[in-house]
Write a protein that binds this ligand. Structure first.
Ligand code: HEM
Ligand SMILES: CC(C)=CCC/C(C)=C/CC/C(C)=C/COP(=O)(O)OP(=O)(O)O
Length: 302
């Protein structure tokens, strides 16, 4: 009794910062910054597929966030052993001891359940099913299976990250259209250069915890070669929706300029292998995807 009275003056501040800390941790578990780009591809695809109402966009974004956020939380739960050993990830909510693994697992499953209920009731069943497929792909195929077993982990596992445009398409039109596969393929081929550029800088950490990322298993030179190869494939794939008449001139010019820039950075990294060039490529990869999807919307709407 006496003790609680003595500590009471500091309680409100502690309680507030404690709540803020908890909220911040639970937001971190959803990998919010990655989600910004995932959801940008979703919303852009919705505008490409039709003329969605603001209400539909908001519901789809919330449903997508819950699903991908749930997947992110389960990735934090499963990888807690290796995250504790890498400087980049050691301060995450679980390894730092602020949130229990069990709570994170329940939270991740809960977010995916909420996503399914929300999307199926307010958007449509197909959108809910595609989001569920992305979640299952990221959790089971990438995180639990491939990440620790093969350097092709992100090539195959990257398919999960390419699902959000499919969610956006079916949310808008109510049915699946093969044209949506162009957008899926673009994110799919974009993922290896995006991640491998970063992994060149994190090679030693991944090696220390035994994750077989490409630079660890095949070496940095081979990784840089594969980055150029996949960037080339990506740029080629970006012209398919133009050839298939989904898009027109504004898109074609943007894809050419952005693609040329991406390729130039990739080739430069290959010729001049320093870590600064790898960082530049990683950062540009995100600008590239955002601008490419923006160009698609501009092309369709203008
Ligand atoms: C299997 C596929 C992918 C892997 C393995 C991967 C891996 C990573 C990693 C390790 C980071 C660094 C995060 C950190 O610093 O903690 C990162 C950052 C990021 N990724 Fe990916 N990524 C993948 C797919 C995607 C996709 C599909 C998108 C969006 C379309 C995306 C968007 C981002 C963004 C926006 C960041 C920067 C986040 C930040 O600054 O904190 N990633 N990615
Ligand atoms: C539609 C849907 C539900 C899609 C989910 C796709 C998704 C959440 C992609 C995120 C990609 C990502 C940040 C991977 C990092 O994982 P990592 O474990 O290699 O990186 P880490 O070491 O930073 O945890």
């Amino acid at each position: 009794m006496e003790a609680s009275r003595v500590t009471s003056p500091v309680k409100p501040t502690h309680a507030l910062s404690g709540v803020r800390r908890v909220v911040a941790d639970y937001v971190t578990l959803t990998k919010p910054r990655v989600q910004l780009l995932l959801l940008l591809t979703t919303v852009a695809t919705m505008e490409i597929a039709g003329n969605p109402s603001l209400g539909l966009i908001v519901l789809t974004v919330i449903g997508g966030y819950l699903s991908a956020g749930g997947a992110g939380a389960i990735n934090h739960w499963y990888d807690r052993d290796i995250d504790a050993k890498m400087a980049r990830t050691a301060t995450r909510p679980i390894p730092s001891g602020r949130v229990s693994p069990r709570a994170v697992l329940i939270y991740g499953i809960g977010l995916q359940v909420a996503s399914f209920v929300l999307l199926s009731l307010t958007v449509n069943l197909l959108a809910a099913l595609f989001a569920l497929a992305g979640f299952l792909g990221y959790v089971f195929i990438y995180t639990l299976w491939l990440k620790r077993s093969t350097p092709q982990n992100i090539v195959i596992g990257g398919a999960a990250g390419a699902v959000p445009p499919l969610v956006g398409w079916v949310a808008t039109t109510g049915s699946f259209d093969p044209a949506a596969l162009y957008l899926f393929a673009i994110v799919f081929y974009w993922t290896p250069p995006h991640f491998w550029a970063l992994s060149l800088r994190m090679k030693d950490e991944y090696a220390a915890v035994g994750v077989p990322m490409l630079p660890v298993v095949r070496g940095e030179e081979e990784t840089r070669r594969q980055i150029t190869l996949y960037t080339f494939l990506l740029v080629a794939v970006t012209f398919l929706p133009f050839a298939g008449q989904l898009f027109d001139g504004i898109y074609a010019v943007s894809a050419a300029v952005l693609g040329g820039w991406f390729l130039w950075l990739a080739v430069r990294l290959q010729r001049n292998p320093d870590r600064g060039a790898a960082l530049k490529l990683y950062l540009f990869s995100m600008l590239y995807l955002a601008l490419l999807f923006a160009a698609m919307v501009a092309d369709v709407k203008l």
